[in-house]
Design a protein around this ligand. Sequence first.
Ligand SMILES: CC(C)[C@H](C(=O)O)[C@@H](O)C(=O)O
Ligand code: SF4
Length: 419
Amino acid sequence: MPMTLTQKILAKASDKVEVVPGDIVEARVDLVMGHDVLMPLAFEAFEETGATKLFDVNKVVAVQDHFVPAPDVKSAEQSKRLKEYVKKYSMVNYFELGRGGVCHTIIPEKGFVVPGDVAVGSDSHTTTYGALGAFATGLGSSEIGVSMALGKMWFRVPEAIKVVLNGKPGRYIGGKDVILEILRRIGTDGARYCSLEFAGDGIKYLDIDDRLTICNMAVETGAKNAIFEVDSITNEYLQNRVKKDFDVLKADDTAEYKGEIEIDLSKVVPLIAAPHSPDNVKEVHEIKGVKVDQVYIGSCTNGRIKDLREAAEILKGKKVNENTRLIVVPSSQEVYKQALQEGLIDTFLEAGAAIGPPTCGACCGGHMGLLASGEVCVSTTNRNFIGRMGSKESYVYLTSPYVAAATAVAGKIVLPEEA
Ligand SMILES: CC(C)[C@H](C(=O)O)[C@@H](O)C(=O)O
Ligand code: SF4
């Protein structure tokens, strides 16, 4: 029977000739990622299995990113617990604050994922790595614990939705607009437990940073995973980062999909998700003029070098509006360093922005940028649920770095060309 790309990966990882949606498979995992919030819990589950060592120290990665530098004693204790487990199990892939960044930025950046991998993480946005042609998904801490012990995990093979991207995106249009367009069409449960499989001629106009953004936020549609076919852009990205070999799998032409979404990228316009849901998507021009107290540029969704370049392109030679504060958080040390070298950090500083250390920062309301009641924030992050970034009476809009930067200059929501 013909198979989708996700089915091919799961079949291979579970030594089966074929799998069909609904099958329960036990698949080998190639990467298990955890962070300060949930990895300590995952280690508790790991120890409950009776395991005394990790299935493969090279395939488990621990990252301090959510509540570091610790904003309170509880977070400090949590970070300390993670560090103790890292020592206890002789982990080699450990990213301390100041040496890594946000988990979903550093996993691809440091070459931990290759096409065809099965990657799991203690975080819902683990779907990000599908940008590189891997099957990647977030799991609960118990499953992460078991994965670290056995190097295997069970999965129900998802049904697939094909997303065909055609045409060339216009000026100021990137991965964030594409995933917001998908959310606008199918909503936050439109792809529940499905794999979103990206194909089409338009893919060649989306670089890896765009694809990472799309797969990152794919989980907001309820998807189990999201995956891009491997092409020359993927290979070029992997060339200097990855040391292990990989096979490139492809979906069969006659594979069956539960549904199909077709997007003409040339028709996508700058989009923004209004409070309080990622699928409350508007065209930016529809809500132009909303006054903004804070602009946040960062996170695993849009805190990579491309995002900072786009923001700097708008901010160069301009000042942040006197009624607005701008917080820029590069999503990894590598991104930060590169941004420094390219002069982007200077541009931000001269515009009057504050730069935060590469962590999750205010994205999930942890610290370094929480909102007061009544405050409005335009953010390049992925979730705008009630209270996500602070007060339950604050308002978060999700958009691209271009729109966010232009908004910071204008002090109100505007289109990129209006800054
Ligand atoms: C803390 C973590 C479990 C959570 C997630 O799973 O996504 C966080 O990263 C988020 O973005 O809400
Ligand atoms: S940056 Fe935000 S979305 Fe990404 S892992 Fe951190 S808290 Fe979650």
